[in-house]
Design a protein around this ligand. Structure first.
Ligand code: NAP
Length: 228
């Protein structure tokens, strides 16, 4: 069976993608910092889902993930941060908070890519970096988070050009989702009109099964079908 690593699997999108991949008979290694929340999110998925709690910004944890899944076929860089809430304007964002955000949204995903690239190349594997429309949309308050996702997208695009083997590299934009992170972006607001993370699972499945050319794929476009 193929093996996938999904970071940030205890909540939101990562939880939904983990459940879908488990249904599709993948072996899985998953993480999140809160070990108990991760255990609760995965306890009914059976022994083929292995929880390795930790912080992706910690190189030792990334190494533990590598050792748990040395024969990886699919890397889903899903775990990420939003930064301070309410979202501060760029003129006021604390630089330390921005550094933390870049560490989790940019450096850590690239660190995982570097560890797994050889094995992914050997398996003609797939890298999916979860991005956001804030990577290119100009929304006041979203400059810290959006610029981190822009960096992640550019890493994916250049990596795709550098990977001459069979590795595919995608930026997957799920669109707005009803998750704890999204609630943090809109504190005190009713976000019940946003779709649940499960709504983008068919688009994600299509991406990894049909394996279109490297690139950026919004879930909304994938639900229309892939035109190569
Ligand atoms: N929700 C949206 O509307 C939306 C839209 C576009 C893109 N996205 C992207 O989708 C991805 C998932 O977001 P979400 O909305 O599902 O968020 P979420 O519900 O808050 O879940 C985030 C997950 O990541 C884990 N995590 C956070 N920091 C981590 C770290 N340093 N190391 C390991 N795990 C960590 C969290 O668990 P712990 O806190 O226990 O670590 C949790 O499992 C993110 O990359 C986000 O930017 C979301």
């Amino acid at each position: 069976m193929p093996t996938a690593l999904v970071t940030g699997a205890s909540s939101g999108l990562g939880r939904a993608l983990t459940r879908a991949l488990a249904e599709d008979d993948w072996d899985l290694v998953v993480d999140a910092r809160n070990a108990e929340a991760l255990r609760q999110a995965t306890q009914d998925l059976g022994p083929r889902v292995r929880a390795v709690p930790g912080d992706i910004t910690d190189p030792a944890h990334r190494q533990a993930l590598f050792e748990a899944a040395p024969d990886l076929d699919l890397l889903v860089n899903n775990a990420g941060g939003l930064g301070p809430s309410p979202l501060p304007a760029l003129g006021e964002i604390p630089l330390g908070a921005l550094e933390d955000l870049y560490r989790v949204n940019v450096i850590a995903p690239l660190g995982l890519i570097q560890l797994f690239l050889k094995t992914l190349a050997a398996h003609s594997g797939t890298i999916v970096n979860i991005t956001s429309d804030a990577a290119s949309g100009v929304y006041p308050g979203w400059g810290g988070y959006g610029s981190s996702k822009a960096a992640l997208e550019q890493i994916g695009a250049v990596l795709g050009a550098e990977c001459t083997g069979g590795v595919r590299v995608y930026s997957f934009d799920p669109g707005d989702l009803r998750t704890p992170m999204h609630q943090m972006a809109f504190p005190g607001e009713d976000i019940s009109d946003r779709p649940l993370p499960e709504s983008v699972v068919p688009a994600f499945r299509r991406l990894i099964q049909e394996r279109p050319p490297n690139g950026r794929y919004p879930a909304a476009d994938l639900s229309e079908g892939i035109h190569q």
